[in-house]
Ligand binder design. Structure first.
Ligand SMILES: Cc1cc2nc3c(=O)[nH]c(=O)nc-3n(C[C@H](O)[C@H](O)[C@H](O)COP(=O)(O)O)c2cc1C
Length: 328
């Protein structure tokens, strides 16, 4: 990166049941620079649900984006305003999730078929908040031509005020594939995302889908403004420890030091009544590849779900892995 190149936008994808606040705290201890995303929260849930539970986040998580689901502009605008008032740094709309539950609510990936409605949603959200409003989408659904579907969505939403597009570079099939299969079966088309960037130099285009390593992310960054890491970051969070040094000129993070900070966080939350497993489940992949990793995982899987499980379970699990600590 030269002094004249803007920093890339590296983010960790919204992932339901995975990227909750505890997970984001762990990821933040590994990278100061990546943008973090919440799990998707529907606009209705924001308006009528338990906001502390659904929207609460730790101050350390910034920069953190709230991902909303919905398709009613007025509700999304109000949900966006609530999110921005709580301090979220970006409000993102989900136009990529293909699950049946989401389709019956007329949001997620099926909205790829209604780009004008998505644009109305973005316009309403943009009017309601001063933080960026952004879109996470697919390249198309079912028999849509992605060359047309993605361009239409990007053009209309950009005109409506959306500034960042995170594109999961594969179609979703709304019938016949499970959400998991929809993340694996439809082929990835990175070139289309690269072309969208070339055609829209002023928009921030972030590529998502199938990126396994920081090396792969670097390759994509020659063509787009950012990369969003999903499963690889969750399943192998240690990769995040090298991210700041690789892309932002920051210092590499020491994994074991980060884990010590996370242990302190876990102790604090245990005292507030949070169950150990809710926090340690995000750590299972941390030591993959290191001696003792299997025993670490097994100890946590077998013991952290017990009702009274405390910090000793995590300490005992950590004792199985060969750890290095930075000198104090
Ligand atoms: C468990 C899981 C839950 C997900 N939940 C969401 C979600 O709430 N919102 C969303 O936009 N995408 C969701 N996704 C999709 C990811 O954000 C991402 O687009 C997808 O996994 C492809 O990126 P990857 O190949 O780097 O994992 C989810 C993915 C997984 C694995």
């Amino acid at each position: 990166m030269t002094a004249f190149e803007p920093a890339p936008l590296i983010s960790i994808a919204p992932m339901m049941d995975w990227t909750d606040s505890h997970c984001r705290v762990l990821h933040r201890l590994l990278t100061a620079c990546a943008r973090l995303y919440t799990e998707m929260v529907t606009a209705d849930a924001v308006l009528h649900g338990d906001r502390t539970r659904l929207l609460g986040f730790d101050p350390s998580e910034h920069p953190v984006a709230l991902q909303l689901g919905g398709s009613e502009p007025a509700k999304l605008a109000e949900a966006a305003r609530i999110g921005a008032d709580l301090g979220y740094d970006e409000i993102n709309l989900n136009v990529g999730c293909p699950s049946d539950r989401v389709q019956s609510g007329r949001f997620g990936a099926c909205l790829m078929q209604e780009p004008a409605l998505v644009a109305d949603c973005m316009a309403a959200m943009a009017k309601a908040v001063s933080v960026p409003v952004t879109v996470k989408c697919r390249i198309g659904v079912d028999d849509q031509d992605p060359e047309i579907a993605l361009r239409d969505l990007v053009r209309l939403c950009a005109d409506a005020g959306a500034s960042i597009f995170a594109v999961h570079a594969r179609k979703a099939w709304l019938q016949g594939l499970s959400p998991k299969e929809n993340r694996e079966v439809p082929p990835l088309d990175y070139d289309l995302v690269y072309r969208i960037k070339r055609e829209n130099p002023r928009l921030t285009i972030v590529l998502n889908g199938g990126v396994q390593s920081l090396d792969e992310a670097a390759t994509h960054l020659a063509h787009v403004d950012g990369v969003m890491l999903g499963r690889a970051a969750y399943q192998n969070p240690a990769m995040l420890a090298g991210l700041d040094a690789r892309f932002f000129g920051g210092a590499p993070r020491n994994l074991d030091t980060a884990v010590e900070y996370y242990c302190a966080y876990v102790e604090e939350k245990l005292a507030e009544g949070v169950r150990l497993h809710a926090m340690t489940k995000h750590m299972l992949g941390l030591y993959n590849g290191r001696p003792g990793a299997r025993l670490f995982r097994r100890h946590l899987s077998e013991n952290a779900t017990r009702p009274a499980a405390g910090i000793a379970v995590l300490r005992d699990a950590l004792a199985f892995v060969a750890r290095e600590r930075e000198p104090a």
